[in-house]
Ligand binder design. Structure first.
Ligand SMILES: [Zn+2]
Length: 179
């Protein structure tokens, strides 16, 4: 019986040590991963961007650059793009005073809403106002945004591409005027 208890204790200590080592290894890997991601995002976009928004912000940068649009405009106007719990019904906002783009955290995992809101707010950063349709349209229900851009809700990615193109053209027009 004593032997059994001893065996149990040894087994318990062994398992705990193993678990602790694994957990700290995983934490180290995560830390490394976060560090690398931060470096990449910092190099590409000199503003702080919350993890879940990075993919679309990078897309925005790439598309802007391929059209010859200065992405420095973003760095000059904002310091970070972050998620925050906002009142129900709010997707996000651009605050020139705080030099921030804030997105309602409830949409952090909704890629359709997230990309629309990000492009919309960055559109504001580039001086765009609201329009009656497309990316700069406001006051839409999440359902409506999904039915426009989400293939599983009757929308399409082509529609998203078309609406983005309209936004890019209007940003380009603005820049031409300011030259
Ligand atoms: Zn707006």
């Amino acid at each position: 019986m004593k032997k059994l208890i001893l065996l149990y204790i040894v087994f318990y200590i062994g398992m705990s040590t193993l678990l602790i080592t694994c957990a700290s290894k995983q934490r180290q890997v995560n830390r490394e991963h976060n560090k690398i991601t931060r470096q990449i995002i910092k190099k590409a976009t000199p503003v702080f961007v919350d993890y879940q928004a990075q993919k679309y912000v990078l897309e925005f940068y790439k598309e802007a650059e391929s059209r010859g649009i200065r992405t420095e405009v973003i760095k000059e106007n904002i310091d970070d793009i972050i998620f925050y719990p906002l009142e129900q019904g709010y997707y996000g906002f651009y605050s020139p005073q705080n030099r921030q783009v804030v997105i309602n955290v409830v949409y952090a995992n909704d890629s359709i809403i997230l990309k629309k809101v990000l492009y919309h707010e960055l559109g504001h950063v580039f001086g765009k106002f609201h329009t009656f349709s497309g990316v700069m349209q406001t006051g839409l229900y999440p359902k409506t945004i999904h039915s426009r851009y989400s293939p599983v809700s009757g929308g399409s990615n082509e529609q998203w591409e078309i609406d983005k193109e309209v936004l890019w053209e209007s940003i380009l027009k603005n820049l031409d005027k300011s030259k």
